[in-house]
Design a protein around this ligand. Structure first.
Ligand code: KG4
Ligand code: ZN
Length: 347
């Protein structure tokens, strides 16, 4: 990604917009919690002007998962070009930015530090306020963007590579956790299942594609039912492992059936628990966010639910900027000592 200067013509257009009394406040969002280096510009009323995501997936593929040290170093190389590209694509300059929103946690500490440090530098250099954003709040806030934002209250299933949570979202700025996975996250289950089937990393999208050619009733993969509104996905992964082992040489030609049956088991568990939670809380609206919200069977199975737009399901900075609209900003220069948090417990 080459550094680019913003085209002056577009920047002038933004100045015209200001003069006409249009949106004045642009939020620069930054996200570096895992293996995506992302920068976005979002208006105060939730329009996404640019959304740049530099995925490192290829870099980590040969290791079969994200290597934290490698991720941090790559974020360092990509974060400034990503900001430049987001500004250029929005036709904006840093003069148009009124606040910087950045993911503070949870995630990989070293990776988060790169984004937070970049955000501090940009904000401090221009005496702007900084908004520390919780990554999970970011995923929820992906629903508050675009032409038809979802209004709380709603029940939200957040299913990603790092988390599987049922959230009671009462307002734009906060939520309560009703349940979560006691072991693997749903995205992790997809990735590990994909690995057993010889698909690359991250395997969720590839498994989703392969499953379309298979029979979801070919294998019965049980998913453990745990008490309350929690999930457990470690057992279903073991069931797939045994099935592949028992099939031996035949496993290869049954890959599509294995993928379809496995996906069906994970999706069914997600759907059943989500509907139970909706019944218990009396929620009238259900929403689904996070990387796994891109899954085609899940989208078809929860037909009445609102799904995050496909390009905002996996990690991105537009959702972080969106969350930054509902969290109190830390005024200049009080944020310089802010630290990241790797887990929710440490928040
Ligand atoms: O939200 P996300 O980008 O990162 C985290 O915050 O963890 O989610 C990434 C996860 C990965 O595990 C990926 O395999 C999964 O979302 N994923 C999918 C699909 N697209 C992405 N899983 C199943 N089906 C998909 N279509
Ligand atoms: Zn995420």
């Amino acid at each position: 990604m080459a550094r680019r200067s913003p085209p002056p013509r577009l920047s002038a257009r933004r100045r015209d917009e200001r003069a006409r009394g249009g949106t004045r406040e642009l939020i620069l969002g930054l996200e570096t919690s895992c293996d995506e280096t992302a920068a976005a510009l979002v208006t105060a009323d939730g329009r996404v002007l640019s959304n740049v995501v530099s995925s490192q997936a290829e870099l980590h593929a040969r290791f079969g998962g994200v290597v934290p040290e490698v991720a941090s170093r790559r974020h360092l190389e990509l974060v400034i070009p990503a900001i430049d590209e987001a500004l250029a694509a929005a036709g904006a300059t840093l003069d148009d930015v009124e606040r910087v929103a950045v993911t503070r946690g949870p995630g990989l500490a070293g990776a988060l530090l790169v984004g937070l440090s970049a955000a501090k530098a940009v904000a401090w250099g221009r005496r702007l306020p900084l908004v520390p954003v919780d990554h999970l709040h970011g995923h929820v806030a992906s629903l508050f963007l675009r032409d038809d934002p979802l209004e709380p209250p709603f029940l939200c299933l957040l299913a990603s590579g790092g988390h599987t949570l049922l959230l009671d979202v009462r307002d734009h700025g906060s939520f309560e956790t009703l349940g979560g996975s006691i072991d693997d996250a749903a995205g992790e289950a997809f990735d590990k299942g994909a690995r057993l089937l010889g698909l690359g990393y991250p395997g969720g999208p590839a498994l989703d594609r392969l499953a379309r050619d298979g029979d979801k009733a070919a294998f019965a993969f049980p998913v453990a039912r745990v008490p309350g509104l929690d999930f457990s996905f470690s057992g279903v992964k073991t069931a797939l492992l045994y099935a592949v082992r028992d099939l031996g040489e035949d496993a290869d030609e049954r890959r599509a059936d294995l993928a379809a049956s496995y996906q069906h088991a994970v999706v069914r568990a997600l759907v059943e628990r989500t509907l139970e939670a909706a019944q218990q809380t009396g929620a009238e609206q259900i929403a689904v966010v996070g990387g796994v919200a891109a899954n085609s069977e899940l989208r078809a199975s929860l037909a009445g639910a609102r799904f995050a737009p496909p390009d905002l399901c996996t990690d991105n900075a537009a959702m972080v900027a969106s969350a930054g609209r509902y969290v109190a900003a830390v005024p200049y220069p009080g944020y310089l000592a802010l630290d990241v948090y790797a887990s929710r417990e440490a928040a």
